[in-house]
Design a protein around this ligand. Structure first.
Ligand SMILES: [Zn+2]
Ligand SMILES: [Zn+2]
Length: 184
């Protein structure tokens, strides 16, 4: 977060078409993510979302470049514990009026705007979700959940057989399925 950025405690980020002049428009904002429901996607934003966006207008078409970044709490891929990671993604999008305009560019669809109001919420939340890695660990040596009893092995040593790894369990289940019976 830089000192010059303006903080906006609003739920919707809107740029009006007439605000984008010939030289383009640069938007540097810190936005309160409170109004966006990202938790359904397993993401909780910590603090503010930083926007560094450049708008370029060609007629009624508006291209948007820049970055969206924030810090977010995501679940560990192994033990499910929430941990905070930096999220950042590059923006390369475009908006056309809902009433008309080119509908696809190199296979990518544009965002639509109505009444000269370019609403950025969908773009921003999409970029944040895009920034969440497929796999994230709470710590490099996370021990994960016990495949037998489900305990978090970072917290407790449950005493289950340590030889019985997740892979072995899965192999046994697979073998059981092939044999038409479950072996123990
Ligand atoms: Zn973990
Ligand atoms: Zn266990």
């Amino acid at each position: 977060m830089s000192a010059e950025a303006v903080r906006v405690p609003v739920k919707t980020v809107v740029v009006r078409l007439h605000e984008i002049h010939e030289g383009g428009l640069t938007l540097t904002l810190e936005v309160d993510p409170g109004g966006w429901n990202l938790e359904g996607n397993g993401l909780v934003i910590d603090g503010w979302v930083s926007l560094r966006l450049q708008f370029i207008r060609q007629g009624v078409e508006v291209s948007v470049f820049g970055s969206v970044s924030a810090e977010g709490w995501v679940e560990c891929s192994l033990c499910l514990a929430r941990h905070k990671i930096p999220l950042s993604s590059e923006v390369d999008a475009w908006f056309v009026p809902a009433s008309g305009g080119i509908r696809s560019r190199e296979g990518f669809d544009p965002f639509l705007y109505r009444r000269e109001a370019i609403v950025l919420d969908e773009l921003i939340t999409g970029q944040l979700l895009l920034a969440v890695p497929m796999r994230s660990l709470c710590r490099p040596d996370c021990l994960g959940l016990c495949p037998q009893c489900g305990e978090d092995r970072n917290q407790v040593s449950c005493g289950c057989s340590t030889e019985d790894s997740m892979v072995q369990t899965q192999l046994r289940e697979l073998k059981g399925r092939f044999n038409g019976q479950s072996k123990t």
